[in-house]
Ligand binder design. Structure first.
Ligand code: ZN
Length: 171
């Protein structure tokens, strides 16, 4: 029987890297001090493409985070960092608070809100049946079953109009 021996953390950490290299990597950007890193995933940065005030990121090093929304552990990979800081031009101080799934959800939520806001400026009477359907879906998706009275009335109005259209088609 083989017993698993517990490996101390200092031995577990990327044995292929020397202490000097580790020091160099972690000191290439101050923000890495505050996060757990995976030193086996490193990309050298093109500092000329970065936005920074206090200093550039010399290297992109994968960092490990816990999502503030769903609590899942996620990786902010060196590749992602390269895109954020060299293509999107985000300040190199930035670290994500949410995992990729939650970030996508939040983006979709924002898009729905935007669409909903566009309906607010419209007069409901002019809406087509298809728009009524879309608006009803948006109200339900954004505000769930706990609608306030105004939204519930609007939702019911939309649903009634859709069913009227259906009735007219049926007869
Ligand atoms: Zn999440």
């Amino acid at each position: 029987m083989t017993r698993k021996r517990k490996i101390p953390n200092y031995m577990r950490a990327t044995p292929s890297i020397s202490r000097e290299r580790e020091f160099e990597l972690l000191n290439s950007f101050g923000g890495y001090k505050y996060h757990r890193t995976d030193l086996s995933e490193v990309i050298e940065a093109d500092v000329s493409k970065q936005n920074f005030v206090y200093g550039p990121r010399g290297y992109y090093i994968t960092t490990l985070h816990v999502c503030r929304k769903c609590g899942t552990e996620f990786r902010f990979t060196a590749e992602e960092q390269q895109v954020w800081f060299e293509e999107y031009g985000l300040s190199v101080c930035a670290f994500p608070d949410w995992c990729l799934t939650c970030r996508r959800e939040i983006r979709q939520e924002k898009a729905k809100r935007k669409l909903y806001d566009e309906y607010l400026t419209d007069d409901d009477a002019n809406l087509t049946a298809q728009q009524c359907r879309e608006l009803a879906d948006l109200i339900m998706n954004l505000f769930g079953p706990e609608l306030n009275e105004k939204r519930r009335n609007r939702y019911n109005r939309m649903m009634n109009r859709i069913s009227n259209v259906d009735d007219n088609r049926a007869s």
